[in-house]
Design a binder for this molecule. Sequence first.
Ligand code: GDP
Ligand code: MG
Length: 439
Amino acid sequence: SLSEKLQNVFKNLRGKGRLSEADVTTALKEVKMALLEADVNFKVVKNFIKTVQERAVGQDVMSSLTPGQMVIKIVNEEMVNLMGSETTEIAFKAGNDITVILMCGLQGAGKTTTTAKLAGKFKSKGKKPLLVACDIYRPAAIEQLKINGDKQGVPVFSMGDKHKPVNIAKAAIEHAVKNNHNVVILDTAGRLHIDEDMMNELIEIKENIEVFQTILVVDAMTGQDAVNVSEMFNNKIGIDGVIITKLDGDTRGGAALSIRAVTGKPILYAGMGEKLTDLEQFYPDRMASRILGMGDILTLIDKAQAEIDEDKAKELEKKFKKSEFDFNDFLDSMQQIRKMGGIGDILKMMPGMGGGQLKDVDIDENALSGVEAIIFSMTKAERGNPDILNTSRKKRIAQGAGVDISEVNKLVKQFEQMKKSMKQFSGLMGGKGGKKGRF
Ligand code: GDP
Ligand code: MG
């Protein structure tokens, strides 16, 4: 297997310290093969290897990794970057305005199935979707959508096969307005290959209807072809995102990497089976390890990384614990934190802090300078004990810092919250941490 091959390459890689050009070249040869085997587009592979090569040569090898692992770590990070690094959600119109979603793609890609899958997801989010049968060419298509809509408990709008898709769509939106639907999903017809009629039909819909999201559905098993299809659809009608189906098969899914690289559009979901619940959020990091086909090595690298982060976290913990942490300490540590590279980055490095909890803390880096100005306007006593701040003092401070008094109030509140969070961090940092989900 590729994993074994790479392990062998690693064995031959020598020396710690810096990654030599030879180290990198040897490892990347295997990576290149792996990517091509996984159906990643040739041009994408070429650019990708070049990027990694440039980044890797001369890099320090982390003390707990072998040079080969270090290369793979960089490869993995760059792959995640290429795929957008974060999960992207389907966008909805604000308020209760109707969000019209146009589903497009080749025949058999999974449009109709995915339309029904999405309807279920939206419904569970409290939306009120309406599915629209715009495929008038395959006799069974309308029936298929109705059956699937039924299963999801979501109504399906159809006008048979005697009307133009654009007119069906228009009528459907009127129906949606009358019946208080706030999401309309148009299930359109595909063709076996890219074809002018299909494109024109989609263009006509987009010219006459306010489509909010155009989602392309592609079949992961078609490999390279999926990439060409994505490029064509994006150029001709413009797409907002892609859903890759049939990732439950044994395809490695290199198409995911290529599609993102070639179109610049995010992958939104992954189809993982024929059942209507088989639609998963798309996670670039998981996809990267799937494409590389070496989740085991990546897990190992993760662990090594976590150990190093833990050392850094301990250092920080001491700093937090030593201070009573009032606004004076806050000012002092701000400088230090800046030197160490941003408060968000530091918190992320802490084991267990990468995910949810961070969001609640809500520290906006840009706001920090404004925060400093406010603290500077306080007296030393006030910085030590913000409780003594009364309204007239807060007003003066706001004036001094050139901000609204609400900003001062917000800061004092946030500071209390942060203190609470610090306590939690200290507790958490005491334990072992750093697990990340992988296939
Ligand atoms: P459409 O022509 O684009 O509307 O494609 P369909 O929705 O009719 O799907 C074509 C076939 O692919 C059907 O047999 C689906 O059950 C199947 N299919 C769709 N999505 C997936 C998926 O994620 N995994 C698997 N294994 N099959 C899928
Ligand atoms: Mg269909």
